[in-house]
Design a protein around this ligand. Structure first.
Ligand SMILES: C[S@@+](CC[C@H](N)C(=O)[O-])C[C@H]1O[C@@H](n2cnc3c(N)ncnc32)[C@H](O)[C@@H]1O
Length: 220
């Protein structure tokens, strides 16, 4: 990774606690149907079909929030074990009510409690911008078996319409760090993954303003 990229992405914060607290409050409104349909559902649909295609049976959903996708994976896919990981107790409380098929764990992406090479797939939707990305990717690499699948749905705030909005809102002050697709490839490659596929998330017309990119990689 270039020094500039690493400086830009590491100019980050020790803010995990504030994010967890924020989402514990946001948990009350998070499952609102329109919000879910417009923002969160399209990448979740992508993940379900991707995991089906790869036949992954031991799966972790990192930053699982209220567990809508996690519970869906446990119900709809042929799995051995599904873990839902989140730092926010409020989000996880809702997730626990949703499904008893998932093993819910309150821990940060950057320090997972699972053993080395214990899962077939690590996925994350609409949460990667909050992580300490280098530390989280090192953990994903550690817990994935060789040949395992990494799938990241990440916001790309450099997308056509988003960049001017970012400038206007002074989003450089935002705690979120959103790598460009190219920076994402640099990050995953440096962490020991090989890129398999990268493209915008498929979204219906009413959802297209959400600028997110799906990056799929294989653990070396
Ligand atoms: C916008 S929500 C996305 C939830 C879910 N993936 C979805 O698609 O609906 C982001 C979630 O990431 C969690 N999160 C943020 N930083 C985290 C970290 N470092 N480790 C674990 N979870 C984190 C937050 O608590 C929040 O629940």
């Amino acid at each position: 990774m270039s020094t500039a990229t690493s400086v830009a992405l590491d100019a980050r914060r020790g803010f995990n606690r504030s994010i967890a607290a924020f989402f514990s409050v946001a948990a009350r409104a998070y499952d609102q149907r329109t919000l879910q349909r417009v923002v969160y559902l399209p990448p979740q649909d992508e993940m379900v079909s991707l995991l089906e295609r790869y036949g992954s049976r031991r799966i972790i959903d990192i930053g699982c929030g209220t567990g809508i996708l996690t519970a869906r994976m446990a119900k709809e896919l042929d799995t051995e074990v599904v873990y839902g990981i989140d730092m926010s107790p409020g989000m996880l409380a809702k997730a626990r009510q949703r499904s008893s098929l998932v093993q819910w764990r309150n821990e940060p992406a950057e320090r997972l409690g699972l053993p080395d090479e214990s899962v077939d797939a690590v996925i994350t939707t609409t949460a990667f911008h909050f992580f300490n990305q280098a530390a989280a990717l090192a953990e994903f690499q550690r817990v994935l078996r060789p040949g395992g699948l990494l799938a990241i749905d990440a916001l790309n705030l450099r997308a056509r319409w988003a960049a001017p909005v970012q400038r206007l809102t002074g989003a450089r002050l935002s705690p979120a760090a959103t790598p460009s697709p190219r920076q994402m490839v640099e990050l995953i490659t440096a962490a020991g993954f090989e890129l398999a596929e990268q493209r915008p998330v498929r979204r219906p017309w009413y959802s297209r303003p959400v600028p997110d990119v799906l990056t799929v990689a294989i653990r070396r």
